[in-house]
Design a binder for this molecule. Sequence first.
Ligand code: GRF
Length: 208
Amino acid sequence: MLNVVVLVSGGGTNLQAVIDAVESGKITNTKITGVISNNTGAYALERAAKHGIANLCISPKQFGDREEFNRKFLEAIDQMRPDLIVLAGFLVVIPPEMIERYRNRIINIHPSLIPSFCGTGFYGLKVHEAALSRGVKVVGATVHFVDEGTDTGPIILQKAVEVQADDTPEVLQRRVMEQAEWKILPRAIDLIANGKVSVVDGLAVIKE
Ligand code: GRF
């Protein structure tokens, strides 16, 4: 059984997609043991509570400096004993010690087809604004392992989504979530839970 801890900052629609997939059996061999938010007001925490999932808030704002936050954050994670940490719209930089300790056991959902529109500064609506400004006709989402870089870890799954002529960043963001993010994030967790993902020479390999 894969113990999963999900880290969130906002609405938690990706978290909801994962919860629904576990409850419906689309994701097997998996238990969501906890949800951690850096933001007390995150609706994602309510979603967790509604489904009886342990949840807590821990924010850099609660601590004197970043090192102290990083230590307490890692302690909170360790106590939940995760086999996999899922970043589902989590906006805090993951401490290097956590990346080291949980190497190839942290995944992130990014709302573009990496390596397009990713890296520092590409988060939330900014990703979709940049895609529309560049005039690309296809966008999408990526699930990848987290390494020390920003959006640079091994790519596990990607799904493409078409841009429509009259798209706004908000409309495009919603379509990418519905057609890509909410599908590939649960799928990636199911693959990992069933031992189908490995990392070879820095690349993720999937055996279905
Ligand atoms: C998603 O677009 C995700 O790809 C990005 O942040 C957003 C989170 O949305 N990293 P939600 O909190 O899951 O609704």
